[in-house]
Structures are given as C-alpha cells and as structure tokens.
Ligand binder design. Structure first.
Ligand SMILES: Nc1nc2c(ncn2[C@@H]2O[C@H](COP(=O)(O)OP(=O)(O)OP(=O)(O)O)[C@@H](O)[C@H]2O)c(=O)[nH]1
Length: 607
C-alpha cells in the first residue's frame, strides 16, 4: 500500500510515554494501538512494542520504537498520533532523551498504587528539559491498593506539576483509554514548523536499526521541508549522501508512503550499510537544496562499563566474533575489540552503557548464538595522568601501568537518586556508606525517603542494584547519572589460584576496601572451585603483598571409585559426565575453574 499524505500540522500530535519500570507503559501503548485500530485483534500479540525476545521475557523496553495511530476525536476530526516509545531502564537514559526530543508532549504514567519512583523523576525531568507539555495518567486504578487522590498530591509535591486533571485509567481493563486519547489531542500541542513544507528539507535522525529484509532503517522526524522517495539526502554530521529508497510509517506494521512532511515521524531506507553509519541526532537535508543550519544534535552514547568476553571453548572464537558483529548491527552503543589474556586465550574487550546492557548482550550471545562465555570483572573507564604529563584512559585492569609512573588516578562518580519506604532506609544508608557514598540530600515524600548520594561508579557496577533490591525487598527504586571524575586511591587486586594469577578476576578497588574485597573473593572462590587431587591455595594480592588467603582441600577418592565391581557402562557414563562438566571449565595451570565461578565470584555481597 502506498499513500500520499499531507496531514496538516494541527492534526498531528507527537508524544512519548514516560514512566517508572512496571508502571504500565507498554500495556498502555498496546491499548492505544488496539483502540485506534492500528492492528486487528488477532495481530495484537501481547505487548507489540517490546518486540525482542529478551525484552519480552524480562518485561523491559530497550530499543525505542514508534507507532503512528489514527484517532477520530470528539470534535469529529481525525488526528495522526505518533507515539515514540522510550526505554525505562537507567542504562538507556540516553535513548530516552533522544526519543523525547522528537516530540512535543509526554504522557506521565504513574502507578496509582505505587506512586512516584526514581525513574518517574528522572524521566519526567528529561521531558520537562525537552519543553514537553505533560498529561498525567494514573494507571492501575483497578487495583484495590490504588490511591489516586494521594498520588496526585504526591506528584504535585514531589515533581511540582499540576496533577488535578490527571486521567485515571486501568491499562489492563481498558478503563479510561478514550480519555487518554482525547487528552492527547486537546492537551498536547501540535508540532510547529517555521519554514513549513516549502523550506529546504531539515529532518532529525531519531534512531536507526537493522532489519533483516530491508537493511538499515532510519527513524526521522521532519522539522521542515519534505522527505520524498528518490530524493538524494545528505547527513550533515558525516557528510554522507544517500538516495532515499523507501519512505514509510509504522502502524506498527510498515506502511509505505511517497513522502513525509513537516511534523511527521516515519522511517526511510537508503542502502545504508551499517547502523554505525547513521549518527543519532544528526540532521538530514536534501543534497541539492540544503538547509542553512543543522539541528543542535546529541553527543553519542559513551560506553561506561567494560568487560572481557571469552569463549569457554577456544574453537568458538570466530563464531563469537561473528555473533558480536550481528548484535552490533542493531546496537551502535555496544562496542568490542579483540583482546588476549594469558589465562583465557583470545576474546573481546566489550563496552556497554551499563550493567543491564552487559547482561542483555551476554544473554543474547548465549541464547541466540548458543555460545558458552566467560565474562571478566566489569570495569569502568578510569582516567590516568602519567608522571610524564600524558593522559590515558584505562578500560581494563590488566592494562594498568606501573604505579610509579602514575601521577594521578581518577575514577567516574555518579549522582544517584533512591526512593525507599522508610523501614529500609537504615540498610540502604549502610549500603551506600560501604560503597564510599557521600550523602547529599535526604527528604521525605509521605512515608518514603528520597535520598541523593554521590557514589563512585566502580562501586555500583558490581551488584549495587541487586543489593538495593534485596535490602528493600524490591521496594526501593534507583536512578543515576554520571557526575564527572574524581581523584582516587585505587589499587589493582590480583587473584592467584594455586599461585597462578587469574587475570580475568583481577580488579581495581579502592585501597580502603581492598582487604575486605580480597577476603570475600577468596572465601567465595573456595566454595566455587571444585576439589582436586591436590590442595589449592587461593590468594588475593596487591602488588607482591598477599592480603587474603583460603585453601581448597585436596580430594582423595576419584569419581569412579564408588563403581566397585566391573560395570563398564556405568563407569563410562560417569567419565562422560565428567567430560561434559569439563567443557564448562577453564584450566588454570593445573586447576580447573568452572565458568559459573567467575560470575558468582564477582557478585560480592556485603556480608
Ligand atoms: N492491575 C493492573 N496491572 C497492570 C495495569 N497496567 C499494567 N499492569 C501490569 O503491570 C505490569 C507492568 O506493565 P508493563 O506495561 O509491562 O510496564 P512497563 O512500564 O511498560 O515496563 P517497561 O517495559 O519495563 O518499562 C504488567 O504485569 C502488567 O500486566 C493495570 O492497569 N492494572
């Protein structure tokens, strides 16, 4: 189907939904699609917007998606509503911000039984920074625990916006959905376009992804002018030229169009080779008649967490490289380069936006590509000033230069916001304190405490979020943003198993925490490393100094010993089983360490 459209600006509304995780953003989006007939009921698989398998399984939104809806309003007119979905997790805050810049308004969804959470705050402030008009939507009012009046007051008190006209809905039952659609049309502004459609083309590159059939697809928001099939476009940031092959919109099905006009959001394809060739935030113009000035643009997302990924079986190396290449096609914020380690052989040093991003990539590699991997300790990006005045960035503890050559060592800090029910406050304060946190604020929102802390990112990347959740029984919420670099007294802690250093387990820690970390790590490894025929010392060391030690006692019997008599098949079975187990082990000198040990050892706990 091909449609030529020219929706007048005042009949377009571009909006996002901002919410804390689990407050019902995807359910609401699905309802909006369903009630405007974007998909027939039978096409409505649950949660259309979260279309990746892992997203669906974990119930989180990663890649921003967009849909165009047609809505016949109470005034009898039909409006085009473009919904840009935004990811809800802290790791993807950057994607939230760029999705928001493509629209004029947001629905602020708050769970009426939970109230404002850390990501509600983070996301709503981003919307306000983007000059969005807001419509407050209180969801889950079907729940007996819903307290819409109290939550309205809370929103006014904490966020400082008027919530008296909040729309009360249940995305689950469908209650109130027509009111949301009316509010979008009557309360959110139409896009503006200074130059209109006669002006030279100026479009914002909002997002891009790789489609197996169509190649690189680019999501664009037209500011002025017209984007047409066959047009030669120029990316103003990279100066690359392309001929537009397809123009269309997502309903969420792809629908071809001849062109897109001012205020509209849609996709194009143009034989672009790689997602990496498209720069999110770039300005797209017509090569023949370029626009006078580019849009402000965004800074590219920088990876903040790095770790090494190695195949358990060295023979899988090429397969791993190709799998990573495929993942990167769709995720320009994931980076990798080859690395070799004495203990782990050949693998890759990978960069991620955060820990969740790391876990997702790791999971996809093992699930979609069936690869057994060992991940090394996650590390942040450190800055070094050397004694000769040069500056260095350090992504990998293994590359740590000789300490005598370092004049200054700096590590990244974050500013974290935590909201928690009062009864867990003590435990959380202790956690933050143990992680070298500096408290900057403590206020109350009803019976919940709102804390702001400055924390070294290095202390957060391991298991901070897991710990926070377990201390608060899942009730605390957390959000952070990077807050610059500070000088720090960091040391490299090595782990030696049977006197051999295991580089995958070495990490940079603050001097004050080194001994405790070393002790915990050795204790954990003692339980994780299976017994061998000999005694295995496990040691933590800083430089040449041992700071902790444990021993795995020697095993006496071999596995076949209990097969008295000569049952050969049974014996073979046991040996096969042992071989099977071996595949998932790595040999370090004479010692075999199971793959799980690496991951488990790095989840520190604060016992
Ligand atoms: N009772 C009730 N449950 C709801 C309602 N809306 C959503 N839920 C449930 O709340 C949970 C979270 O909903 P989602 O729509 O996945 O939340 P989300 O905000 O999109 O989460 P992310 O995709 O992770 O950002 C799901 O189990 C929904 O079924 C509602 O109106 N009432």
């Amino acid at each position: 189907m091909s449609t030529n459209n020219s929706t007048p600006l005042d009949h377009i509304r571009n909006f996002s939904i901002v919410a804390h995780i689990d407050h019902g953003k995807s359910t609401l989006a699905d309802r909006l699609i369903q009630s405007t007939g974007g998909l027939a009921d039978r096409e409505m698989s649950e949660q259309v917007l979260d279309n990746m398998e892992i997203e669906r399984e974990r119930g989180i939104t990663i890649k921003a998606q967009t849909v165009r809806l047609h809505y016949k309003a109470n005034d009898g007119e039909t409006y085009v509503l473009n919904l840009i979905d935004t990811p809800g997790h802290v790791d993807f805050a950057y994607e939230v911000s760029r999705s928001l810049s493509a629209c004029e308004g947001s629905l602020l969804v708050v769970d009426a039984s939970q109230g404002v959470e850390a990501q509600t705050l983070a996301n709503v402030y981003q919307a306000i920074d983007n000059n969005h008009e807001l419509v407050t939507v209180l969801n889950k009012i079907d729940l007996p625990a819903a307290e819409p009046e109290r939550i309205k007051e809370q929103i006014e008190e904490v966020i400082g916006i008027d919530a008296s006209d909040a729309v009360l809905i249940s995305a689950k039952t469908g209650l109130g959905i027509p009111d949301v659609l009316e509010a979008i049309v009557t309360r959110l502004p139409a896009p503006k376009s200074e130059g209109g459609e006669k002006a030279p083309l100026k479009a914002l590159l909002v997002d891009s992804w790789y489609d197996t059939y169509l190649g690189v697809m680019v999501l664009v928001r037209i500011i002025e002018g017209r984007l047409t099939k066959g047009q030669v476009i120029r990316m103003m940031g990279t100066d690359a030229k392309y001929t537009v092959e397809r123009v269309g919109v997502l309903t969420p099905k792809m629908v071809a169009m001849d062109s897109l006009g001012p205020g509209e959001i849609g996709f194009i394809t143009a034989s672009i080779k790689e997602v990496a060739d498209t720069r999110v935030g770039d300005t797209i113009t017509e090569d023949r008649r370029p626009t006078a000035s580019a849009l402000p643009g965004f800074k590219p997302a920088q990876p903040v967490v790095f770790c090494g990924l190695f195949p358990v079986d060295a023979a899988d190396f090429e397969e791993l490289r190709s799998a990573m290449g495929k993942l990167r096609l769709n995720d320009a914020s994931f980076s990798f380069e080859m690395e070799s380690s004495a203990a782990l052989g050949f693998g890759f040093r990978c960069g991620f936006l955060g820990l969740l991003h790391l876990e997702i990539i790791q999971e996809r590699l093992s699930r979609e590509f069936d690869l057994d991997l060992i991940a090394t300790a996650p590390s942040v990006v450190y800055q070094l000033t050397m004694t000769d005045g040069t500056e260095k960035e350090l992504h990998n503890p293994a590359d740590m230069p000789d300490v005598v050559k370092i004049a200054e060592f700096r590590e990244p800090w974050i500013k974290a916001t935590i909201l928690t029910p009062d009864e867990y406050l003590g435990g959380i304060l202790k956690l933050c304190q143990d992680r070298r946190g500096i408290q900057t604020e403590l206020t109350y929102v009803g019976n919940r405490a709102m804390l702001t802390y400055e924390l070294p990112l290095n202390e957060v990347v391991f298991d901070f979020y897991d710990r926070l959740k377990s201390i608060s029984k899942g009730y605390a919420s957390f959000d952070y943003n990077l807050h610059g670099y500070r000088e720090s007294d960091l040391v490299k802690m090595s782990i030696l198993v049977n006197a051999e250093p295991v580089d995958a387990l070495s990490m940079l820690v603050h001097r004050s925490a080194a001994e405790k970390r070393g002790r915990v790590m050795c204790e954990k490894l003692k339980d994780l490393i299976p017994q061998h025929m000999f005694q295995i010392p496990i040691q933590a060391a800083i430089g040449g100094r041992i700071i902790a030690r444990e021993t795995v006692r020697a095993l006496r019997k071999d596995v076949t010993a209990k097969c008295y008599g000569g049952d050969a098949t049974r014996k073979r079975k046991l040996l096969d089983k042992q071989k099977e187990g071996k595949k998932r082990m790595r040999q370090f000198g004479k010692v075999e360490i199971p793959q799980e040990a690496f991951i488990a050892a790095l989840k520190m706990g604060d016992e």
